[in-house]
Design a protein around this ligand. Structure first.
Ligand code: FRU
Length: 473
């Protein structure tokens, strides 16, 4: 470890010692979602099961609940439910990453755990440089930096060139990476290497004005390309899309295209862009293939530039968390996301079960961390108010989520059209809700900040439903 690196690690650990108890005392700390000990968390990074153990890294500013510094924090798990905090994986100590160890991915390389990430560099005038850098670990705990493998973007692109997602296929290594053309349009570029040292630019793979797509945002972040159930899936987080009805309601989107990729030409014949999550907070997700053959996704339960400073946890010195791990599959060209079955281990005690006549309504006391499964095929409309802080409504074929806006308390809503709903599965935590509709065909995610003592879920509507709920601990 260089002296500078050691100093940064020490400063981060000191921030945890100094501020950790204040964050820990916050009633909005989550029970089972992954959060930073202090400071800000954003993208999931380096998500991998390596030698049997799950490793999840995260963009982390240990010093403040804002985006001014970026380290890689690190957790491990054997079962996706119990997690260990590991030593800091990467701190922005070297010239090629001095303004942040930005997002990237992991793979096994010659028995070692390899991280490929973006070194972000800015000068006083705000000019950017982006380096794609390698770090290696033998023990999965301490990482040795090997420096940049790719030291600039290709011609015709700006330095908004980041977030490599790496994989191995047919005797080559590949990565896709987020990019911006000089005309300020978002694309994903493809790179290839025979030895992981020398990387060749294959060409633009997908994005604005490629594969029949029109201009589609000014930047594409955090691409992820994989094959699932016979389809090639490109997940990406585009910035700069205009809202169209109840599509693209957030400041930035995270979604996917399915189709057929050709890594030689390179081209990607794909269908429409679909959002992965129809709620308020979801961005920059990353997937990995685990040893059970599952494609597992974590998303950041946040969106950049979305009034983050108004979230109340900033007063306790921390902000943001991950989603629950979600298992993906493709059905009729659509990506479906189900909570990993391991989460059932969180259920404590027997479920509360009841049949609810919606015209009479019902209410139940819940613990802040709970799972509620509603069989709704006999309900023509319903409205669920969770702890007086978030309302989920289904009416006239539209599912919506409403909450008071962080900035000024005015009600804000996100909606999506669904012809009929048979089942709603809600994962509630102290300050979040993830709603899985019909086995994950639609998902809506939100942070919300009810009075900490509020514990009632109220439900009303037309028809009837069956309620089952568990405390999660
Ligand atoms: C996405 C993102 C990435 C970048 C990282 C920096 O949220 O902007 O493009 O690598 O965050 O923290």
């Amino acid at each position: 470890m260089t002296e500078n690196e050691k100093q940064l690690h020490d400063a981060a650990y000191q921030a945890v010692v100094k501020e950790g108890a204040r964050a820990e005392a916050d009633p909005y700390r989550q029970v089972y979602h992954r959060m930073p000990p202090v400071g800000l968390l954003n993208d999931p990074n380096g998500w991998i099961q390596w030698k049997g153990t799950y490793h999840l890294f995260f963009q982390w500013n240990p010093f403040a609940p804002d985006h001014t510094h970026k380290f890689w924090g690190h957790w491990t798990s054997e079962d996706l439910v119990n997690w260990n905090e590991e030593p800091i994986a990467l701190a922005p100590s070297e010239w090629f990453e001095k303004n942040g160890c930005y997002s990237g991915s992991a793979m096994e390389l010659d028995g070692k755990l390899a991280l490929l990430y973006t070194g972000n560099v800015k000068d006083e005038a705000g000019n950017r440089e982006a380096y794609q850098c390698l770090a290696l670990s033998e023990d999965g705990k301490t990482f040795e930096k090997k420096g940049p493998l790719v030291d600039s973007q290709p011609q015709g692109y700006t330095a908004h060139f980041r977030d490599p997602k790496v994989w191995e296929e047919n005797g080559f290594y590949y990565f896709v990476i987020g990019a911006q053309t000089e005309a300020e349009e978002g694309q994903v570029l493809l790179y290839r290497s025979a030895d992981f040292q020398k990387w060749d630019y294959v060409g633009p793979f997908a994005g604005s004005r490629l594969n029949g797509l029109d201009a589609f945002g000014y930047m594409w972040e955090c691409p992820d390309l994989f094959r699932l159930d016979g389809e090639d899936v490109l997940i990406v987080s585009p910035q700069g899309l205009e809202q169209q009805g109840n599509r693209f309601e957030n400041v930035y989107q995270a979604g996917y295209f399915t189709g057929k990729a050709n890594l030689e030409t390179p081209t990607f014949a794909h269908g429409d862009f679909h959002e992965l999550d129809e709620g308020f907070e979801f961005y920059a997700p990353q997937t990995t293939l685990d040893e059970k053959g599952r494609r597992l996704l974590f998303g950041w339960m946040g969106v950049p530039d979305s009034d983050e400073e108004h979230q109340p946890t900033t007063e306790a010195g921390w902000i943001h968390c991950m989603t629950v791990p979600r298992v993906l599959r493709v059905e009729n060209g659509a990506v479906v996301q189900e909570p990993a079955e391991e989460l059932e281990a969180l259920r404590a005690g027997d479920p509360l079960e009841m049949k609810v006549r919606l015209d009479q309504g019902a209410e139940a006391a819940v613990t802040p961390a709970s799972e509620i499964v509603l069989e709704t095929n006999e309900a023509s409309s319903f409205s669920i108010t969770i702890r007086e802080g978030l309302t989920v409504t289904y009416e006239n074929g539209t599912l919506s989520m409403s909450r008071p806006r962080f900035k000024d308390g005015k009600t804000e809503t996100r909606s999506t059209d669904i012809a009929s709903i048979d089942e709603l599965r809600l994962f509630l935590d102290s300050s979040s809700a993830e709603v899985f509709v019909d086995g994950g065909r639609t998902v809506m995610t939100a942070r919300f900040f009810p009075e900490p003592e509020a514990n009632i879920v109220r439900i009303s509507g037309e028809g009837s439903l069956i309620w089952r709920s568990w405390e999660l601990a």
